[in-house]
Design a binder for this molecule. Sequence first.
Ligand SMILES: Cc1cc2nc3c(=O)[nH]c(=O)nc-3n(C[C@H](O)[C@H](O)[C@H](O)COP(=O)(O)OP(=O)(O)OC[C@H]3O[C@@H](n4cnc5c(N)ncnc54)[C@H](O)[C@@H]3O)c2cc1C
Ligand SMILES: NC(=O)c1ccc[n+]([C@@H]2O[C@H](COP(=O)([O-])OP(=O)(O)OC[C@H]3O[C@@H](n4cnc5c(N)ncnc54)[C@H](OP(=O)(O)O)[C@@H]3O)[C@@H](O)[C@H]2O)c1
Length: 438
Amino acid sequence: MTSPVLDLAGIGIGPFHLSLAAHLDSIPSAGVCFFDDKPAFDWHPGMMLEGVELQTSFMKDLVTATLPTSPWSFASYLVSQKRFYEFLNADFDAIPRREFARYLSWVAAGLDNLRFGRSVREVRFKEGAFHVRFDDETRFARNLSLGVGLKPNIPDWGQVVQGETCFHTSQAAYRLGGLKGRRIVVIGGGQSGAEIMQHLLSQPEAADQSIAWISRRQNFQTLDDSPFTDEFFTPQYVERFHALPRSRKQPTVAQQKLAGDGISASTLRAIYQKSYALRHLSGKEHDLAFLPHREVLDLRHEGGEFRLVMRNGFDGSVEMVSADAVVLATGYVFTVPDFLAPLGERLDLDERGLYQLREDFSVEWDGPAAARIFALNAGRHSHGIAEPQLSLMAWRSAVIVNALLGREHFDLALRPSAVKWVGDSAEALSRMAQGSAL
Ligand SMILES: Cc1cc2nc3c(=O)[nH]c(=O)nc-3n(C[C@H](O)[C@H](O)[C@H](O)COP(=O)(O)OP(=O)(O)OC[C@H]3O[C@@H](n4cnc5c(N)ncnc54)[C@H](O)[C@@H]3O)c2cc1C
Ligand SMILES: NC(=O)c1ccc[n+]([C@@H]2O[C@H](COP(=O)([O-])OP(=O)(O)OC[C@H]3O[C@@H](n4cnc5c(N)ncnc54)[C@H](OP(=O)(O)O)[C@@H]3O)[C@@H](O)[C@H]2O)c1
């Protein structure tokens, strides 16, 4: 081995590893390095459309929840940019996503434990260390952290037709400009689909264009970010969720879909209002269709156009629609990265091919206990719906740092929540009963 053995090698630098790197930056003795294949930090650039907003409070930044004195907070960023007061005066209900992306890039530029333009090709475990191989070198680490994000979900029917006029939303910012004047179908009733619709309806040519939006959900459904639902995005809830038997976790996550994957009410309102203006105020006959409760079954390119077959979940019929272009707003999926292939059977995956994650976000595997593999954004099934979201990234980073150091470096104790998810309600009720008897 030539280069020093790192305490931790992190693969991928999205917001989640950026948060972990920012926490580790406060511990000078930690030998850590994070690697990303992009030339520089860039947060979902393919979806950076005009006017898009963050769905999360800016207080839930990379560090504030666990390390409020960190120089890498959103407030520090505002001060460094000399626009603290102006930002507050702007009084955003939801801040522009571009602003949060700039904050993330500012942190990435300031941390010295990050390396960009480094694509990890393979990870092996030999002689008590992970061997992380790039094209031109190999780095060694006692622990590994995986922060490679999710992959675009392309349904089987979408695989063969992808190209300039049929693409996933992760390519939208590069390709939408080429679709002017075409008949466009957007498939997918989540926030990405909604943002594509908002964008298309905002273009000057929208009044002359045919646009259809398909959602498999019963309707174009709003994000539930009401106070009690937001309790799902607390450490106390995640700890309780992790302790549930596996059989209970999947149905719970399915029921909570709109708490994480619903559409911001502001986006839905903007779409409806633009639709109103186009239909009634533009002075033109407009060809705009909202198609809720449709599951796309097949998509073909025939006779110079795309032909979609859908099942209408409302009345059970099968319907067809034709278009010149298709945007796949069909979300993202977890996959075990190819570079882990050499570890193969040593990873303990469940029957769906998902990691078995311990409470501290380390993966069950048959290597030595001291050689941990942490995985972020890979545990919706184990830690609940907060896992792919920004909300708890600072807390998760602190949990991982504590696990790595083997001590409570970050004090993560919280006051018990008033919401009692499990049996401690008995204790609370008995306390109340005693209180009322006094
Ligand atoms: C458009 C969009 C907006 C979102 N907005 C919000 C929001 O407002 N609020 C919220 O809570 N959640 C939001 N999310 C969900 C979630 O917060 C983001 O997807 C977030 O970026 C996930 O962070 P990550 O670090 O896991 O992955 P990513 O941001 O995807 O980063 C992973 C990184 O790993 C790199 N990588 C992959 N493979 C390798 C390799 N072999 N070698 C080196 N590097 C590699 C990739 O290039 C990438 O840079 C949004 C998601 C999307 C798609
Ligand atoms: N501004 C922001 O903050 C922002 C922007 C974009 C994304 N995000 C976040 O990123 C995450 C991913 O969002 P996303 O919108 O990309 O994905 P998503 O929420 O998973 O939505 C994907 C949509 O595609 C639908 N779909 C899949 N296959 C289909 C088929 N065969 N026919 C019809 N519809 C089909 C899904 O239907 P089902 O629901 O029935 O499965 C779902 O409505 C979410 O957490 C979201 O909140 C945030």
